[in-house]
Design a protein around this ligand. Sequence first.
Ligand SMILES: *[C@@H]1O[C@H](CO)[C@@H](O)[C@H](O)[C@H]1NC(C)=O
Ligand SMILES: *[C@@H]1O[C@H](CO)[C@@H](O)[C@H](O)[C@H]1NC(C)=O
Ligand SMILES: *[C@@H]1O[C@H](CO)[C@@H](O)[C@H](O)[C@H]1NC(C)=O
Length: 217
Amino acid sequence: MANIALMCLLAVVSQTASLSGPPAQPPLWPQTFSVTFQEERHISVVPVNQNVGAWHYDFANSRARFDYSQGQADSFCTGRGLTLKDEHGDCQLFFSTLGLYVHYPREQQCCRACGPAQYCSVIKPTWLAGATYLGEENINGTTCHGWEKQGAVATDRWYQTEDGKPCQYWEKLQFVPHITHVITFNTSSYQLNPIPASVFDVPKYCNSTCPIPYPPH
Ligand SMILES: *[C@@H]1O[C@H](CO)[C@@H](O)[C@H](O)[C@H]1NC(C)=O
Ligand SMILES: *[C@@H]1O[C@H](CO)[C@@H](O)[C@H](O)[C@H]1NC(C)=O
Ligand SMILES: *[C@@H]1O[C@H](CO)[C@@H](O)[C@H](O)[C@H]1NC(C)=O
């Protein structure tokens, strides 16, 4: 009897040990971080744009700035009806409690695209709540844990290292043709340091609503 009880106990222990591999909960974003990245969009398999960029995320102070550089086709930046020489030029998105401002620094053009009522506020650190664990994947030479979350119009995936550095954000829009959007982070650029407030200063000329606010419909 004692032997059987011991064997049962060992079976339970080894089961638990093999289950300790995958993380139990989807990750939380830190309250504050900065990171640089490369971004690509594909329609079906055809590459349509490629650019670099940076995120400055500061949920602790209800603000974020996302920079998408020359070549970008960001869905907040483009299509706002600004008078621009290059709609795919450097673009900055300023998120705060006031909503979202779209800024083209080289052309000094700027407008307010939407407000908090249109969900244009800083994305919450808990946005992956309820996501499904995908397992491990090698992303650009780094072992990363993947999570997937199904949205209304897109499937989102988030990959990060064991110690919490972002590896990749992946999004597939459920339109036909399928648009795949991939942001591959430079894990060496990842920082948790406080971000200077000046990074989030919206220029004075950001004082009007976009001719075509977001969402466009
Ligand atoms: C991925 O790795 C390659 C080769 O090491 C490098 O050139 C590229 O910049 C990396 N991508 C990112 C986003 O760090
Ligand atoms: C990644 O970030 C590090 C640190 O900021 C930087 O030195 C390096 O050049 C970056 N690599 C790429 C491919 O951008
Ligand atoms: C908005 O900024 C522009 C450029 O600085 C200025 O000419 C204009 O008067 C400002 N409009 C308002 C309503 O403040």
